[in-house]
Design a protein around this ligand. Structure first.
Ligand SMILES: Nc1ncnc2c1ncn2[C@@H]1O[C@H](COP(=O)(O)OP(=O)(O)OP(=O)(O)O)[C@@H](O)[C@H]1O
Ligand SMILES: [Mg+2]
Length: 264
């Protein structure tokens, strides 16, 4: 089975999706086979990986697999990514659309929090890592991810509200995973500092992140870079010269990932 890693923070816009997708890219470059599961109805990870929703087609998404509530239901959902890069063949995607919101209404159904775990059963066996991009919430969709995952990575910006949210998510995982999500071995393996700006205030917040999370904080912090944001919105891999610096940062971050997350 792949090592499943959920990327979380209940604050929005802190870099969860960018971290998930760019780590998937850097790990694929290292020769790892990576499945990205989009558990956010915004579908940003799907878009960044070049997946395009066509409302005229019945495209299978992770929402369908979860609704099916059957072992291995995600098998028909996993698909190749359309990036033009040699390592893209080692990345696959379980995409999401706004339809995933509909799964929220099933939160009260007995055992519904297990449905992502069921859907992935046997499906990610031939991947090294399954990276699950979560929505900015710790409600049902994220709980399904936490029930299915082995490891958690918290993504935060170096700003006060983001760090407060990171602390809440950490507590949530530690307190709720063992009993409520029947996942006693779920472990927070890392804290990624994203979109770091060169200001005194951000430097101060970064120090406070180190004080709070200690060795869990991965290096390097990812600096704020417009070229990275552009590559994200243009659904491009980090291949050309303009993104050499962000590419190098994520390659180093992937080394931190490989050190902190147990091998599959
Ligand atoms: N290092 C960076 N430099 C500049 N822009 C960045 C950086 N990292 C992410 N961004 C941009 O910031 C925005 C938010 O990033 P992202 O979508 O990864 O956050 P998120 O936590 O997944 O958001 P949400 O909570 O909505 O899911 C995006 O437009 C993204 O391209
Ligand atoms: Mg996101």
């Amino acid at each position: 089975m792949a090592r499943r890693v959920a990327f979380v923070n209940n604050k929005g816009g802190v870099g969860k999706t960018t971290t998930t997708v760019r780590l998937a890219e850097a790990l694929a470059k290292e020769g790892k086979r990576v499945l990205v599961v989009d558990m956010d109805p915004q579908g940003n990870a799907s878009s960044m990986l070049g997946w395009v929703w066509d409302p005229t087609q019945q495209q299978p998404t992770i929402s369908h697999a979860i609704q099916t509530a059957a072992d291995g239901a995600a098998r028909t959902v996993v698909q190749p990514v359309a990036w033009d890069a040699p390592y893209a063949e080692r990345i696959a995607l379980a995409p999401a659309t706004l339809d995933l919101e509909s799964r929220m209404s099933e939160a009260g159904v007995s055992g519904a929090w297990r449905r992502l775990d069921m859907a992935l059963d046997g499906v990610d066996d031939h991947f090294d890592y399954t990276l699950i991009d979560c929505q900015p919430s710790v409600f049902h969709l994220t709980q399904m991810a936490l029930a299915a995952a082995h490891d958690v990575v918290i993504v935060t910006e170096a700003d006060l509200y983001s760090v407060e949210a990171a602390k809440r998510v950490y507590e949530f995982v530690v307190q709720r995973a063992p009993k409520d999500l029947a996942n006693p071995t779920l472990t927070v393996r890392g804290v990624v500092v994203s979109a770091l700006a060169p200001t005194a205030l951000q430097a101060e917040q970064r120090d406070s992140i180190r004080d709070i999370f200690g060795d869990l904080v991965w290096e390097p912090a990812i600096k704020v870079r417009t070229t990275l944001a552009e590559a994200n919105t243009d659904a491009l891999p980090l291949t050309d010269g303009r993104v050499a610096e962000p590419r190098a940062m994520y390659e180093l971050l992937a080394q931190s990932f490989l050190k902190a997350v147990p091998a599959p």
